[in-house]
Design a protein around this ligand. Structure first.
Ligand code: MTE
Ligand code: MO
Length: 371
């Protein structure tokens, strides 16, 4: 069993697939912590978790614009470069796929609303590593390809790439703890504002290139299509690889189907909101009546206001309001707005796509109210 040496995991995680291991935390955990504790951070593995000996680990860097291939040890990375930290939210392209599945079957893991988490990552800047390796601008280089140390049965590693100009940072710790095995020990690429899939874990190779990664996940997966495209007509070459993700928000509390006590109290709704590409969430609207009337939620960001275009971390939000005077049901809805005034679409069907990615419609939960 190639998965026999996978690490132990927290029993509270909701498992979507055991081998490879894919799991999300209970949604309340997300809104309880600005920084998601590592044990609860969602886990998305395509392959077995590799066992990497930190003593023998090497990061190999090569390609376009580099005078020669360079190989760095963990010690090199820790001693030759300044340490940087960045708080960045990671979201899988397939977060909330289960809502698309309800419209029409899609292919992929049936994620709920918690294939998203937030961490403070500590490590070295990719740009500084490339400069150390002697990278010179001006050639044909357009992309930075990443290769993981996790391999399928044919020996093909997980791979992805990002545009060269996005090449910002890669990292060695997570929330101040050693990077856990599930999250890429000993080194992963952290690409703030960019879809989870490009944040390559167990990073073994960096290749500066005129071309995108040739990997299956860059070329024939993680792309968006029209609702009219099906598996007979899909042409993966016709769509760009997902990099930045669209504006997103969801309700973490109460849960769909919950029973709330009226007892003269207020109803409290909590959730998360985040946008890709460093765009900052500036507002979250919440409705208790299915979208007829709206109230503005309070945003709780864990940090000082980020510089323009560098809002990498999510915002948690909360709305406390009196129960509507009548009714035994609340139809709670949320939608977020980012600083480009991008907003979420109101329903799932018009954004449905065969891979179930980019699922960011208004999030709705229906709860019962006990008189
Ligand atoms: N990197 C490697 N080497 N192998 C993988 O399977 N999965 C990707 C990305 N990096 C993956 C990888 C995907 S699709 C996502 S969403 C994120 O890692 C998940 O990161 P996490 O498990 O730390 O939450
Ligand atoms: Mo993902």
């Amino acid at each position: 069993d190639p998965y026999a040496s996978d690490p132990p995991r927290h029993p509270a995680l909701k498992i979507n697939s055991l081998k490879p291991f894919n799991a999300e935390p209970p949604s309340e955990i997300l809104s309880e912590n600005f920084l998601t504790p590592n044990a609860f951070f969602f886990k998305r593995n395509h392959l077995p978790v590799p066992e990497v000996d930190p003593e023998r680990y090497r990061l190999e860097i090569s390609g376009e614009g580099l005078p020669k291939a360079v190989s760095l040890t963990l010690e090199d990375l820790k001693t030759k470069f300044p340490k940087h930290t960045v708080t960045a939210t990671l979201q899988c392209a397939g977060n909330r796929r289960s809502e698309m599945n309800k419209i029409k079957q899609v292919k992929g893991l049936d994620w709920g609303i918690a294939a998203i988490s937030n961490a403070q990552w500590g490590g070295v800047r990719l740009r500084e590593v490339l400069e150390h390796a002697g990278y010179r601008h001006g050639g044909a280089a357009q992309h930075v390809q990443f290769e993981g140390l996790d391999k399928d049965v044919s020996g093909t590693p997980y791979g992805a790439s990002i545009p060269l100009r996005k090449a910002l940072s890669d990292d060695g710790d997570m929330n101040g703890e050693e990077l856990p095995r599930d999250h890429g020990f000993p080194l992963r690429a952290v690409v703030p504002g960019t879809v989870g899939a490009r944040n390559v874990k167990w990073l073994g190779k960096i290749i500066v290139s005129a071309e995108e990664s040739k990997s299956h996940w860059q070329q024939n997966d993680y792309k968006g299509f029209s609702p009219s495209v099906d598996w007979d007509t899909v042409d993966f070459k016709s769509a760009p690889a997902i990099q930045e993700l669209p504006i997103q928000s969801a309700i973490t509390e109460p849960r769909d189907g919950a029973l709330l006590e009226r007892s003269g109290e207020q109803v409290t709704v909590r959730g998360y909101a985040w946008s890709g590409g460093g765009r900052e969430v500036v507002r979250v609207d919440v409705s208790l009546d299915g979208g007829k009337t709206w109230q503005v939620a309070t945003l709780r960001s864990g940090e000082d206001a980020p510089p323009l275009g560098q809002a990498w971390a999510w915002k948690l939000w909360e709305l406390s309001a009196p129960f509507p005077p009548e009714g035994e049901q609340l139809d709670i809805v949320c939608k977020a707005v980012d600083n480009s005034y991008n907003m979420q679409p109101d329903s799932v069907a018009p954004i449905w796509n065969l891979r179930g990615v980019l699922s960011n419609a208004w999030h709705r939960v229906r709860v019962s109210v006990k008189i």
